[in-house]
Design a protein around this ligand. Structure first.
Ligand code: F6R
Length: 609
């Protein structure tokens, strides 16, 4: 989705803005632009396509000045063109702004502004804000913004330059992320923390409708009622290297290789030795026992982590679990009350549908919790203090890998915790499971050495037109994620099927040479899945099976190729099996020459409905 950066200080703004924008490229975009104060005049340049197009324009006519804003746009209203790219200005060019989000009443505002003589130069919803600010201008951008914001419906993160107040950047947000980066000599803003890491790790989070005024040596924040409030900076421990490729050809590959560390860090944040840390999972024994159900809501990969959670929690804690995609949940008049636990899962903590679902669950009186990777994100703040954090570090590749695996890890910890608090498993059983879990990071590290054979397999099969993933139980949940990973980065049509469901229709698509990837990590279901492998094999499929070491021999008798993962407790097996399936998607995409880190049409953080 769109990215925003801003800088005011003593250095030339252009290179700082361009560097910040390059760190937001991963979010997905189709045009870019910058506006910089040159004395008391705003100058701007924008270009359709990659950031390098804007870079080429700036090389020809650089923008001087030490205060500026920049934007990468992911088109929603209007085609990706030079004119629709941000920043947008009022007619005189005295106000320039960049915006993330959607102004839902833009058509009405546009009509009102056109009646008053405003001529629009783009098709965007954003441009109405620039004209509106000009119309309401009272000599101070702060008070003009304070009067304009109540007229805007929808979501926004906004950064505004104004010729009458050079040296200052005005910014505000509602339901769209925006963070400030503080330092003594210069101030920064961005829609996402990685854009700030090269300059500062002191982050100020803005609440909805707050307005911040950034000057080179000061930042002033006004609350939604106009009162000035104290700064409350948060220190983030992400380092710059974690937002860089560090010698890997793609962020996705680097992030897969970071999985053992991410698993270790997440586990040690929630467990001490073989004991869960007290109070980390914010639910008491009494509450756990009185629960009638758990509802998990998320989107995409996070939804798939929730699916694994369902199997683990129902199996271990004997609590009914429903898992729903957030965009459906919010509109289906869900039935929840105070005896229901609700968990929103979101890597970014900013996904609009998941945030709305969380709000709906809270409105219905359910006990709400969130699982996220980003401290201070909207979802984390909305669910505070009931937030479980993954410690995956910044995830830059659009395709989620290390965030997914740590979300699954937390779901398993939640299952153990609930099972213990509900009296379904004993302390010894819980501690045995945690002991097995403590082995996972090292086992995951060993598994990464399978990469060469995965790459060889991919080089033989990358030209497939479609691929099926099958599995039962937790393996079905993992198959869904494996299939999403493959299709989103390699553009191969792929489907995940519950292995036993295939014969109720979809098996008609199996023909000579169809690639089927079967997952077998659950010993009690292995024989059933082996039968399903035989069904597709006898119709011509070529079967790759991913199974545990102890199932390797019998699986090898049925499948064409077998990759084994180390044996572990069956509930933990998806943590290991996720690695070969992620590597497979990666190498298929690389073999097909795809832009792995920035797949077409996708954005890292989906902050619109
Ligand atoms: C796919 C992927 C997406 C996200 C989804 C939710 O690899 O990353 O499917 O999982 O957009 O995003 P978050 O977790 O940020 O809410």
């Amino acid at each position: 989705m769109c990215g925003i950066v801003g800088y005011t200080g003593a250095q030339p703004a252009q290179p700082i803005l361009m560097e910040g924008l390059s760190r937001l490229e991963y979010r997905g975009y189709d045009s870019a632009g910058v506006a910089i104060m040159d004395g008391d005049r705003i100058r701007l340049l924008k270009a359709k396509g990659r950031l390098s197009n804007l870079g080429a324009l700036l090389k020809g006519s650089p923008l001087s000045g030490q205060t500026g804003i920049g934007h990468t746009r992911w088109a929603t209203h209007g085609e990706p063109t030079d004119l629709n790219a941000h920043p947008h200005t009022d007619m005189k060019g005295d106000i320039a702004l960049v915006h993330n989000g959607i102004i839902e009443n833009h058509a009405r505002l546009r009509g009102m502004l056109e009646e008053r003589g405003c001529a629009f130069s783009s098709e965007t919803d954003t441009e109405v804000i620039a004209h509106l600010l000009n119309l309401l201008w009272d000599g101070s951008m702060l008070s003009t913004l304070q009067r304009a914001l109540p007229m805007l419906e929808g979501s926004y993160a906004l950064a505004v330059l104004c010729a009458a107040e050079p040296g200052a950047i005005f910014c505000t947000r509602k339901d769209s992320p925006l963070v400030l980066g503080l330092s003594s000599q210069a101030q920064y803003l961005a829609s996402d923390i990685p854009a700030l890491l090269a300059h500062t790790r002191e982050i100020e989070l803005l609440e909805d409708r707050e307005i911040a005024v950034l000057c080179p040596e000061s930042v002033t924040v006004y609350d939604a009622y106009g009162a000035q409030r104290d700064l409350r900076p948060t220190h983030v421990d992400w380092d710059v290297e974690s937002a860089e490729k560090g010698g890997y050809p793609h962020f996705m590959l680097k992030e897969i290789h970071e999985e053992p560390t991410a698993l270790r860090k997440t586990l040690s944040a929630h467990a001490d030795g073989h004991m869960l840390r007290r109070g980390v999972i914010p639910i008491t024994r009494e509450e756990a026992q009185s629960l009638s159900s758990l509802t998990i809501v998320a989107c995409g990969t996070a939804y798939h982590a929730g699916m694994i959670g369902r199997y683990a929690i129902e199996r271990l804690a004997r609590l009914p679990v429903a898992v729903d995609v957030a965009s459906e949940f919010r509109y289906r008049q869900p039935l929840l009350d105070k005896d229901d636990l609700f968990l929103a899962i979101s890597q970014s903590g900013e996904t609009a549908d998941t945030l709305a679902a969380l709000r709906e669950a809270a409105r219905l009186g359910a006990r709400t919790m969130a699982l996220t990777n980003v401290v201070g994100s909207s979802i984390a703040r909305e669910a505070a203090p009931n937030v479980l954090y993954t410690h995956a570090g910044p995830e830059i590749a659009v395709a989620s890998t290390k965030a997914y695996i740590t979300q699954v890890e937390i779901m398993l910890l939640l299952a153990v915790d609930l099972a213990q608090k509900r009296g379904v498993i004993s302390e010894e059983e819980a501690s045995e499971l945690l002991a097995d879990m403590a082995e996972i990071p090292a086992q995951a590290g060993t598994l990464l050495s399978c990469e060469e054979s995965v790459a060889r397999f991919a080089s033989r099969h990358y030209d497939r037109r479609h691929v099926f993933y099958i599995g039962r139980g937790m393996d079905h949940a993992l198959a869904m994620e494996a299939s999403l990973k493959l299709k989103e980065i390699s553009y191969i049509m792929s489907e995940a099927y519950a292995a036993g469901e295939l014969k109720h229709g979809t098996i008609a698509l199996i023909e000579e040479g169809t690639l089927v990837c079967a997952l077998l990590t659950q010993p009690h279901l292995a024989d059933k899945t082996l039968s399903n492998i035989r069904e597709v094999k006898s119709r011509g499929a070529r079967v790759l099976a991913i199974c545990t070491e102890s199932l390797q021999e019998k699986t090898a008798a049925a499948a064409d190729e077998v990759w084994a993962i180390p044996d572990t407790h069956p509930i933990l097996a998806p943590l290991l099996a996720a690695i070969p399936v992620q590597l497979l998607a990666y190498h298929m995409a690389v073999s097909r020459g795809c832009d792995v880190d920035k797949p077409r049409n996708l954005a890292k953080s989906v902050t619109v409905e």
